[in-house]
Design a protein around this ligand. Sequence first.
Ligand SMILES: [Fe+2]
Length: 216
Amino acid sequence: MDVLTKFVIDYLNTSAVADAIDLKTEDYDQDFFGVPGYCRKVQYRRPPFQVEILRPTPNMIIPEHTHPNIDSFEVHLAGDTEFSHHGVWVSRDFDHNAIQDKTYFKRVDECFYINGLLAIEVKHSDIHGGCFGKRGGLFMSIQHWLNDVEPTCVGLDYEGYNIDEVDGQHPDAKEKLDWKCAASKEDIPPQFKKVPPPIDLDLFRTLPSPEQYFTW
Ligand SMILES: [Fe+2]
């Protein structure tokens, strides 16, 4: 198992999941990247690892891109989320029933179910993006920064259209983008249907905090 996968499994065995869901708007960096309402918080940073909590606005689009110096796992926490990976919706890959079988750690293609959470492995060269529905989104980005690059923000180690270029998300946007920009090989719009069942937040609240857990 590689170091990031091990870190992700350990991180999702802390209170961090409940802590993220319990965040209030004022706890975040707000209007992130110039997008009104887009919220972001660095929850954990210990190079080469970093965890960001990202809360996209309703109907927001994240166009396809790569992060040249980051391997990551994107963990769905709440909201209407349709991630894309390699140009197609990730929801095509995962078996919704698999999450019911209580398996602690299960891999279906590049999707993992870890402690009841859906996590998508995104390598540094993998094209990915996302669309968010009426309820907006909430996800945790667990990152391993590569090549001795100091962890800052996923949006700064980024190749592709950036979120602030999407018309309607930023007042100065030049390009009119739609869901196709988030999943260029797809032939259906985002469905926002296949989401994991609600997790047991009280279970996560009983777990140690990341700072308590990671004593290394
Ligand atoms: Fe990304």
